[in-house]
Design a protein around this ligand. Structure first.
Ligand code: ZN
Length: 75
């Protein structure tokens, strides 16, 4: 009878832990596949090299691959 009680307590603990873990997992948003999101590319006005829009250097006339090309093109 003593062992049965221990078993019950152990099962209860496992069940509690599992439901807690499920709640934690549900809180986090599903991971987004970065491969599905297209990266916007822009061409450098000076040399024509395509660079990611996030990494492009913005100038008065447009986007450049580097600050050096922006300087050369706009001055
Ligand atoms: Zn360039």
């Amino acid at each position: 009878m003593k062992y049965l009680l221990l078993l019950l307590v152990a099962l209860l603990i496992i069940w509690q832990l599992r439901s807690y873990r499920d709640r934690e997992a549900r809180k986090q948003p599903p991971p987004r596949g970065s491969a599905e999101q297209p990266i916007e590319m822009v061409a450098c006005l000076h040399c024509g090299t395509h660079v990611a829009a996030a990494e492009a250097v913005q100038g008065r006339q447009g986007s450049y691959c580097s600050a050096e090309h922006r300087q050369r093109h706009e001055t």
